[in-house]
Ligand binder design. Structure first.
Ligand code: N2P
Length: 363
């Protein structure tokens, strides 16, 4: 008697608190850092009852290592499209079930078609955000040091003539071989997707000349570093630089941040929501992807992180100053200077990573 009363009590408590014992629904998300308005996660949990465990990374290489090792426990991951072809071949993702994703109708055919080059038939992924890799800078400090600074060219960071003086206020670069080597290649007028040792060797040589002037290779700390005025230049991701600009404006300490897409060309990338083959919560993962494809929801994300999304129906809810900014939603003219990197094969990836590591470690 007493025993069953206790059991009932415990069951009631579990239900009331959503604690273990009740069938708690959980979703483990692994996404890029500084990539969402967290109120979206709270709204999702409130509506669905699914508790979200949200972890972050700041590099495709970190994500890939976890995915290839298997058993990550993640239900949603967000690799960049050009990494996906190899990852799909390695069997790390499961196919999406389109019958559970009615909001696919909201997606932007232009983006969906581009991504199909990496995820054939769009069988494994849905676009979350897309953007460019370019240069963020502190407007006042750069102008002070170099009044005629080339604020439209990779020369700002790859020519020692500019990098040397700027090293006084600090240059950061992404800690990402697949971003920096292609940028160096485009500055040199070479194919940004090249992996042959001659081309990559030239990029390495260029980078070694400016290596002494680079303060740090890191893929997320530059947001606050730019906003606080700790550094004055960062090779970084578009929306992250805009977040730095917004944080600087909020702090109101006179730091003004600009961003440019180098005219020699830069990379445009697409970050894709996908479900690992061994995801423990496949049903919940589909619910999450479908939720993120609601026009108002993904527009809220874009408005917060200043990245374009791949959802056409969302554009009516995206802030006009974001939608009309060609550095976020590129116009025809800007699109011409953007390239999409071809996927590296395993050997090409090794060549590029080795060159980058040599540059970083200064050997
Ligand atoms: C978000 C960076 C995401 C862009 N902080 C990299 N693909």
């Amino acid at each position: 008697m007493r025993h069953s009363a206790l059991t009932l009590g415990a069951a009631f408590l579990a239900l009331a608190t959503g604690g273990a014992g009740a069938q708690e629904r959980v979703l483990n998300v692994y996404n890029w850092s500084d990539y969402i308005d967290t109120s979206i996660i709270d709204d999702f949990t409130r509506e669905t009852g699914i508790r979200v465990v949200y972890d972050v990374y700041d590099s495709n290489e970190i994500l890939e290592t976890r995915l290839l090792a298997g058993g990550s426990g993640y239900d949603i991951v967000v690799p960049s499209a050009e990494y996906m072809l190899r990852q799909i071949e390695a069997g790390v993702f499961q196919k999406l079930d389109p019958s559970k994703l009615p909001n696919l109708a909201n997606m932007w055919p232009l983006v969906t078609e581009r991504v199909a080059a990496y995820d054939p038939g769009n069988a494994y992924s849905v676009n979350y955000m897309w953007g460019t890799t370019g240069v963020g800078y502190n407007i006042t400090k750069v102008q002070e040091l170099i009044p005629d600074a080339p604020l439209d060219s990779w020369a700002l960071v790859f020519d020692p003539k500019f990098a040397e003086p700027l090293s006084r206020c600090g240059i950061d670069m992404l800690d990402a071989p697949g971003e920096i080597i292609p940028a160096a290649l485009s500055y040199l007028g070479l194919d940004p997707s090249a992996t042959d040792s001659e081309s990559v060797g030239k990029a390495q040589e260029l980078l070694q000349k400016v290596r002494p002037f680079i303060r740090r290779f890191h893929s997320s700390e530059y947001i606050n570093a730019l906003a606080n005025g700790d550094i004055c230049v960062a090779v970084g991701f578009s929306g992250d630089v805009f977040q730095a600009r917004d944080r600087a404006a909020e702090a109101a300490r006179g730091v003004e941040i600009g961003y440019f897409i180098p005219q020699e060309g830069t990379m445009m990338w697409f970050d894709q929501m996908a479900i690992p083959a061994d995801a423990p919560h496949v049903e919940e993962a589909h619910e999450f992807i479908n939720y993120m494809m609601r026009p108002e929801v993904v527009a809220k994300a874009s408005n917060y992180v200043s990245y374009a999304n791949g959802n056409l129906a969302s554009q009516q809810f995206v802030n006009p100053d974001i939608l009309s900014d060609p550095a976020i939603y590129p116009d025809e003219e800007t699109l011409k200077s953007l390239y999409v990197k071809k996927p590296y094969d395993a050997r090409g990836q090794r060549t590029v990573t080795r060159a980058f590591t040599t540059v970083k470690t200064g050997q």
